[in-house]
Design a protein around this ligand. Structure first.
Ligand code: UT7
Length: 329
């Protein structure tokens, strides 16, 4: 039987207008543009402003733009998966709210949480629905309003994160394009280094948790850094090796944009030159589930049909993974 693969056939993003630059952060916490640039490579990040605006608003804008660009009626969409760590609410799923806002009525939808690896986990999940032969048009969204869980009194984390959303359309192909292979890993013991302390079932919200500032991101930067470097590099290499791909066969490396130094180290471990690594962290910071779609979107016109692209991510959990993608258009 002919194998059905899932190919990315379109992408759109939403980036909020408001720009929070390093100079402004210098006024908020004890930091400098020089420190932030040297340690992270980030110059500015976009922040979603406006009362009552959340992750679904950015996701819905990206989806509406995608449907328009592809000239697709919302009723044609079969499935919507949203990767996020900053859902509008604990429940229902933000994917349901996005579908509602984008006029998608014939799809089922749900969220997927694998922290910063969420978007690539969602891509593979969606690709399996397509490969089953039952689903023809699936939208995967990576959307995070990180500013809603960033403590702007904590200089270690507030300089890193930004807000954005991206949405891709996946469609079936019987040609040798699309999502070709992947490798994923998870280590739950890593949760101690990166998490949100309160607001879940273990420690529901209370006056005490708010007073203790426990509803924000808690990150032990150095510990996460060490794992991110090794895991993104090694898993990318694993995907390349299991498909006999040499560094010269790879056109682009798209790594989760958490820190420029992590991307450089990951590229080194895979034997790929930095010219092949797509970088935009300087202008967006770490937008969690939106970093990879932002990189794809910015370079869409540069990609050629058949380009071998490695997508790789590392995030809270710990979670990590890599996908071998053959660009389909
Ligand atoms: O996307 C999810 C996965 N997350 C990641 O991949 C993030 C991984 N971690 C990192 O990117 C880095 O660890 C950070 C950017 C978070 C921090 O960089 P670092 O080079 O690991 O710095 P550090 O935590 O070792 O801190 C070095 C110094 C410390 O001061 P002392 O103890 O040497 O006096 C910090 O207090 O820098 C200080 N520091 C700052 N100084 C100015 C920490 N944050 C800042 C700041 N401005 N914003």
């Amino acid at each position: 039987m002919t194998k059905i693969r899932a190919a990315i056939t379109g992408i759109e993003v939403f980036v909020p207008d408001y720009i929070l630059n390093n100079k402004e952060l210098e006024k908020m916490v004890d930091t400098t543009d020089e420190w932030i640039m040297t340690r992270t490579g980030i110059k500015e990040r976009h922040i979603l402003k406006g009362e009552g605006k959340g992750t679904s608003d950015m996701g819905a804008e990206a989806v509406k733009a995608l449907l328009k660009k592809k000239n697709i009626d919302p009723s044609e969409i079969d499935l919507v998966i949203c990767a996020t760590v900053t859902g509008d609410m604990q429940f229902p799923a933000t994917a349901n709210i996005i579908s509602d806002k984008a006029g998608i009525k014939n799809a089922f939808s749900y969220d997927l949480n694998a922290a910063c690896s969420g978007f690539i986990y969602a891509l593979v999940t969606a690709s399996n629905f397509i490969s089953s032969g039952k689903y023809k048009k699936v939208i995967v969204i990576g959307s995070d309003k990180m500013s809603s869980i960033v403590d702007y009194q904590d200089r270690q984390t507030c300089v890193i994160f930004g807000d954005a959303a991206g949405a891709v359309l996946l469609e079936p192909t019987t040609e040798e394009f699309g999502i070709m292979d992947h490798a994923f890993g998870t280590d739950g013991s890593g949760r101690i280094h990166l998490h949100q302390k309160a607001g879940g079932s273990v420690k529901p919200a209370s006056h005490a948790t708010v007073d203790a500032r426990e509803h924000y991101i808690y990150q032990e930067g150095q510990a996460v850094f060490k794992f991110a470097v090794t895991k993104m590099g090694d898993i990318s290499l694993q995907v390349m090796q299991q498909n006999n791909l040499k560094p010269e066969d790879i056109s682009y490396l798209i790594a989760h944009q958490a820190n420029l130094r992590i991307i450089e180290a990951a590229a080194r471990r895979t034997g790929l030159p930095m010219e092949k690594a797509i970088i935009n962290i300087e202008r967006y910071g770490n937008t969690t589930n939106a970093t990879i779609p932002l990189c794809i979107w910015e370079n869409e016109s540069k990609f050629k049909k058949g380009d071998n692209i490695i997508l790789t991510a590392f995030g809270g959990g710990f979670t990590w993974g890599a996908i071998w993608l053959k660009w389909a258009y």
